[in-house]
Design a protein around this ligand. Structure first.
Ligand SMILES: NC(=O)c1ccc[n+]([C@@H]2O[C@H](COP(=O)([O-])OP(=O)(O)OC[C@H]3O[C@@H](n4cnc5c(N)ncnc54)[C@H](OP(=O)(O)O)[C@@H]3O)[C@@H](O)[C@H]2O)c1
Length: 331
């Protein structure tokens, strides 16, 4: 089969012939129809990710058709249209992942291939209202955002929610999920055009995080926020407590803009704020997220679709952060 392989730190991604995986009991082989990028794939290609090994087939997000199974008891799955939960080995505590937690696409070979081997229990029926490309966009970002907003951030109807960096794959999902839950949503972005797109999708207003006074502008537009979803950290993070309502929750799962500077800690205790870390999600979060997508007929924002052979170009686009929503590969 053909796959996108990361062969060495200093080599470009290779589109090459590799062996088709063989199955053990409990596993399934999915013929990939579409796969999607996450910033993780970019971090791995530039060597900034823990536990990188060579060679690896990248890709955590995938949608496709079950082609083979490793156990007779899973035979009914053959032919099913599926999306894949890429989080493996969560463990028993719903609050945090076990030491065995792993993500499809490193160390195990991922979805940027004609076929991927997964554990059958990680398969979920593809939402019927979505194309292959839209369905492939969901798993990692949808899961992370669902848990950040609802399981951890406790966002509910009527809450005021701020999404920082709305143009990213997770940012666009956060906007769509929060709107579907009946929240009033404000955004930041480094691009006025992306703020306009967010408003077109239903955001109330947005400000450019590159402006010196972005937090003051936001405060003027929105007052304070009950929930903030941030995957950037960086210098801007120090201003987030300033724009929180008392009792507000700032939920973080990424550090695209680097580490955080000193914070005014007094604001955190005086306003009884919570700064909450989260990581992808557990199997219950994934199931609840897929149910939510079906219930609200969410259609993920797909920025651009590249062919599998052009995965390197797709990663370059992610590096430039010029996308709005998810970058997808079709097999
Ligand atoms: N821990 C987890 O479970 C988990 C899961 C998913 C993602 N992540 C992490 O979360 C981050 C986002 O992932 P992604 O896949 O959505 O990446 P992505 O699609 O590449 O989006 C990154 C976005 O970050 C925004 N950004 C850049 N600098 C910013 C700043 N100074 N302030 C605010 N926003 C800024 C940009 O938004 P604009 O384009 O609007 O300017 C950019 O589009 C990454 O760091 C990723 O590694 C972690």
């Amino acid at each position: 089969m053909k796959a996108i392989v990361l062969e060495a730190p200093d080599k470009p991604l290779a589109f090459k012939e590799v062996d088709k995986p063989t199955l053990a009991p409990g596993e399934a082989l999915v013929k990939i129809k579409a796969a999607a990028l996450n910033r993780r794939d970019y971090w791995i290609t530039i060597g900034k990710y823990a536990g990188i090994k060579y060679p690896t087939i990248l890709g955590s997000d995938g949608a496709g058709i079950v082609a083979e199974v490793g156990s007779d008891t899973d035979k009914h799955l053959i032919g099913t249209e599926v999306i894949i939960n890429p989080g493996y080995g969560w463990g028993n505590d719903p609050n945090f992942q076990s030491d065995d937690f792993k993500i499809l696409g490193l160390p195990a070979d991922g979805t940027f291939a004609e076929y991927v081997k997964v554990q059958s229990q990680h398969l979920h029926v593809k939402p019927a209202h979505l194309t292959w490309e839209q369905a492939a966009a969901i798993p990692l970002a949808g899961l992370t955002v669902y848990r950040a907003l609802f399981t951890k951030g406790k966002a509910k109807k009527g809450d005021k929610v701020l999404i920082t960096g709305v143009g990213g794959g997770t940012g666009a999902f956060a906007l769509q999920f929060a709107l579907a839950a009946g929240c009033q949503v404000f955004v930041t972005s480094g691009s006025g055009e992306k703020i306009d797109r967010a408003k077109h999708l239903g955001a109330s207003a947005g400000v450019n995080y590159k402006a010196q006074d972005w937090a003051e502008q936001l405060h003027h537009l929105a007052g304070g926020f009950d929930v903030i979803i941030d995957s950037a950290l960086g210098d801007g993070f120090a201003k987030l407590p300033d724009v929180c309502n008392p009792g507000g929750r700032i939920v973080v799962f990424g550090g695209t803009a680097g580490n955080i500077p000193p914070l005014n800690g007094r604001k955190i205790f005086w306003r009884q704020l919570q700064i909450i870390g989260t990581m992808m999600g557990n199997p219950d979060d994934f199931k609840a997220m897929v149910d939510f997508v079906n219930e609200h007929q969410i259609i993920p924002v797909v920025d651009e679709v590249f062919s599998l052979a052009d995965a390197a170009k797709a990663v370059q686009k992610m590096e430039s952060s010029s996308q709005f929503g998810k970058i997808v590969l079709h097999a």
